[in-house]
Ligand binder design. Structure first.
Ligand SMILES: Cc1cc2nc3c(=O)[nH]c(=O)nc-3n(C[C@H](O)[C@H](O)[C@H](O)COP(=O)(O)O)c2cc1C
Length: 199
């Protein structure tokens, strides 16, 4: 059974939703799954100024935070992170940088990785965010498993071959129907993880 860590960061709920869809599909595919949030490190006053952010933080307070132990435990990862100026949020960068010790010990080698993203604009940097995250994965010696164009659901979701991505409006409503593409990506990640890790 593949051990899969679905690691997300979300200020206003979009990437949490993507992570939960991925969890559903990965469990269906037989994986042992942990959904984990990247620790929040924004100053209290910034969160206070955005009611949707504050509300989401409260609603997900019981979701366990991702740790280095989780990175070591899992055979594969799915990351779901919003675009911040075409890159991963600082919270995610801090989390990735804190894995330096694991990297040094070679413990991140051959982890299977796939990523998803969201942004407010259809061309707001989703692809760039995903490929920026993959750059870190290349340094880890991880095995990046993109969806490519391996299923019709990818076309219906906007056709991002690097990883499922979605556009959200100012109220947080997803503009494309990406559920099927997320689920396909999750199942594919479990399949590739099983192949690499001989589960
Ligand atoms: C600091 C910051 C930078 C952002 N940069 C972009 C951007 O460059 N392009 C874009 O389309 N959306 C941008 N956004 C919008 C976010 O990507 C959007 O709110 C996010 O995808 C929603 O995901 P979440 O609900 O999981 O937090 C930015 C938001 C913030 C707070």
């Amino acid at each position: 059974m593949a051990k899969l860590a679905i690691i997300y960061y979300s200020s206003t709920g979009t990437n949490y939703k993507l992570a939960k869809w991925a969890e559903e599909a990965a469990k269906e595919a037989g994986a042992e799954v942990k959904v984990l949030k990247v620790p929040e490190n924004a100053p209290e006053e910034a969160i206070e100024q955005n009611p949707a952010w504050k509300q989401h933080l409260e609603a997900t307070k019981d979701v366990p935070e991702a740790t280095n132990d989780d990175l070591e435990w899992a055979d594969g990862y799915i990351f779901s992170v919003p675009t911040r100026f075409g890159n991963v949020p600082g919270q995610v960068k801090s989390f990735l940088d804190a894995a330096g010790g694991l990297w040094f010990q070679g413990k991140l080698v051959n982890k299977v990785v796939s990523a998803m993203s969201s942004a407010q604009n259809p061309h707001g940097g989703q692809e760039q965010t995903i490929t920026n995250l993959y750059t870190t994965m290349f340094h880890w010696g991880a095995i990046v498993a993109t969806p490519g164009y391996t299923d019709n659901s990818i076309f219906a979701a906007g056709g991002n071959p690097y990883g499922t991505s979605v556009t959200v409006d100012g109220e947080g409503n997803m503009q494309e129907d990406v559920e099927a593409a997320v689920k396909h990506q999750a199942k594919r990640t479990v399949d590739i993880t099983n192949r690499i890790h001989n589960n």
